[in-house]
Design a protein around this ligand. Sequence first.
Ligand SMILES: *[C@@H]1O[C@H](CO)[C@@H](O)[C@H](O)[C@H]1NC(C)=O
Ligand SMILES: *[C@@H]1O[C@H](CO)[C@@H](O)[C@H](O)[C@H]1NC(C)=O
Ligand SMILES: *[C@@H]1O[C@H](CO)[C@@H](O)[C@H](O)[C@H]1NC(C)=O
Length: 320
Amino acid sequence: MKNVYVLLVVVLVATVATKKGWKLQQRQRCKYDKSAWSECDTATNTVSRVLTLKSGEEGCQETQNQTITCDRFERLQAWKVKKAESRREWQEKKQQRKEQKQEMKENKQLVKMQLKRCRYDHSDWSECDQATNTVTRNFTLSEGEQGCEQSHTITITCDKLNRIQAWKAKKVDLTRVMTLRDGEEEECEPTIMVTISCTKFERIQQWKARKNERKNEKKENKMFIKEQKNIWKENKKIVKEQRRLGCSFDVTFSECDPTTNMVSKSYIPTIDDDDSCANRSFEYSCDLHERLMEKKRKRQDKRANRKINRKEFRQQRLLI
Ligand SMILES: *[C@@H]1O[C@H](CO)[C@@H](O)[C@H](O)[C@H]1NC(C)=O
Ligand SMILES: *[C@@H]1O[C@H](CO)[C@@H](O)[C@H](O)[C@H]1NC(C)=O
Ligand SMILES: *[C@@H]1O[C@H](CO)[C@@H](O)[C@H](O)[C@H]1NC(C)=O
């Protein structure tokens, strides 16, 4: 019984879902003219309106009756009013901002025009007044028409002046002279002056440092690989010599140690009675190990191929 109930719920949910999907599709494909909402029908507590098809594809319903409860209608109306209100507010604010911007622009132009008409000499900045944390600078009219202020004073905080001066110092350019080392005297200037801003100079220095770092890293890496190869070769040589003298070894490799990135190779004598055949174990980088193993595989493949070719050749010779 319980199972039947669950099944019923599932079917119901599925039906509602597809109905919703269909409605959404209808709304996208079918466009309707909407009539005004009816008065609230107090008997059924509903309001309704009629939708008549304006445009749409095949399968659109010609007319539809939309019915919602009066409560929902009220809420919808209230929400619409609120939305319109907030939209109006937003537009008002936008207009205000626009006007403000325009005003500021006009003001700036006025000041600019004034500055063009009225030219001032200025004193040095005063010492920083510790009590108020401000500095001042006096301006006196040097040339200008009527209506220009005779003098004025600008006051800013000491911090701001410091910031400005730091910024100006940064903007100062650097120059260096380059003298001709090699080239045709007639075509090349004997000396040239190259000027760049300090910020650019700093950037170049940083770039150079990074480049140098990378170069050193590469160099160290190369040296490390060389060292590793030497260790490997030396051990191989010793083992070869021992083998020549009659030793035989089991060769084993450890797993690559992920923290040190090293692998260890061990030669363990198969016959224990001879003291001259010693255990030998040494470490080298996993990268080198990988490469050596790859090389070995290729060598073995080649050898196997050669063997097969020889065999085929022999068989063909027998057939002739
Ligand atoms: C819509 O409602 C009107 C009036 O209530 C009725 O005459 C009409 O048949 C209804 N149409 C549909 C499609 O239900
Ligand atoms: C600016 O002018 C006032 C009044 O003439 C004077 O007291 C002050 O020292 C001047 N400040 C500077 C920085 O020259
Ligand atoms: C050689 O290695 C094997 C295995 O690790 C070990 O059992 C044996 O004692 C070692 N012999 C010597 C002489 O170090």
